[in-house]
Ligand binder design. Structure first.
Ligand SMILES: [Zn+2]
Length: 336
């Protein structure tokens, strides 16, 4: 299953931080998992590309680093002469999908990038949620692993939850049209965030861009069945992370191990609520990603596996590989 028929969306790739920290180009294939060439090979149509501030810059340089990363994505768009496009709203999303439908060939198709801020540390004040939306950010996670001014991440699984500023930020995020990403939140922050989200004005989905199932492998980064259900009930999607450490204990994993998570998530949430959030190049390498994933170009192997080894129907494979994420974006942006 490839090409025209299958729209692949990957809901978590750390492109800017990886390229900037290593001074390498997105356009050059190399000893890493994500490049323009790999996206075209797959082909991947849409990526949720992160603004991710590495630990050493927090808290004081968070805003500066996020702005640099945002400029990086804008420069990609320019350098690529239209082959990489930032996707910030419904018209831009539909234009990208229409283009790739009309021009599926490798030399013409485009790669879309939706900007996801992984950890709201760069949002210096809740009142700036609207500013970042205006800058092209579409999705925000309150924290990465570390606690910040807004909430507590998975560094402290049993720690406290939201701060008053965190509650304020959630209300203003929803008002600004920013989708909430719950991956990395600790237990208490997760449940409190959903409560505030529910009570705030408007309709906007909640997602977990890159999280697996705690029922299959207990880990502070994985979600309990209750959490999975809550995301599904809110129209959201959970992205499967292709990282050994979140799939099984202390070993190199493969597609069968990953499938255990997928099967469970589909059982708990239904097939409309699971997608891919590889987390490639976010500390993930070919060595610690399940076999056979060496680069993002290998994502179609998951579709082949589901068709050949697990008897999945084509319609369900399409949902998992990308359509579910497209539904979330269309729902969030429907009114824009
Ligand atoms: Zn992450």
């Amino acid at each position: 299953m490839r090409g025209e028929d299958l729209v692949i969306v990957d809901a978590h790739e750390d492109i800017a931080s990886h390229c900037l920290e290593r001074e390498r180009s997105y356009f050059r294939r190399g000893d890493w998992m994500v490049s323009f060439e790999d996206h075209l090979d797959a082909p991947v149509s849409l990526v949720f590309a992160t603004l991710f501030v590495p630990r050493q810059y927090k808290p004081y340089r968070s805003q500066e680093i996020a702005k640099l990363q945002l400029s990086f994505y804008r420069e990609l768009e320019e350098e690529s002469k239209g082959r990489v496009v930032l996707v910030r709203n419904l018209p831009e999303l539909e234009a990208l999908l229409t283009h790739n439908r009309k021009h599926p060939e490798r030399g013409k198709r485009k790669v879309g990038m939706v900007i996801l801020m992984e950890g709201a540390d760069p949002i210096g004040h809740p009142g700036l949620a609207d500013y970042w939306r205006g800058q092209g950010v579409s999705i925000v996670g309150l924290t990465w692993a570390n606690p910040n001014a807004y909430a507590v991440g998975n560094d402290y699984p049993d720690g406290p939850g939201l701060t008053p500023a965190g509650r304020q930020l959630l209300i203003l995020m929803k008002k600004a049209g920013l989708i909430l990403d719950t991956s990395h939140l600790n237990q208490r922050s997760f449940f409190e965030a959903l409560q505030v989200w529910d009570q705030s004005e408007g309709e906007l989905p909640v997602i977990a861009s890159h999280s697996n199932a705690a029922a299959i492998y207990e880990h502070p980064r994985n979600l309990s069945d209750a959490q999975l259900r809550m995301i599904a009930e809110r129209g959201g999607v959970v992205g499967l992370v292709l990282y050994d450490a979140f799939i099984a204990e202390d070993r190199h994993t493969n597609l069968n191990d990953l499938y255990a998570h997928l099967e469970h998530m589909v059982e708990v949430m239904g097939v409309d609520h699971v997608g891919i959030g590889s987390d490639f190049d976010g500390g993930i390498t070919a060595e610690n990603s399940p076999d056979p994933f060496r680069t993002v170009a290998d994502l179609p192997k998951l579709a082949d596996y589901l068709a050949d080894k697990r008897g999945w129907e084509e319609a369900d494979i399409k949902k998992l590989m990308g359509e579910n994420w497209l539904r979330v974006l269309r729902r969030a942006w429907g009114k824009s």
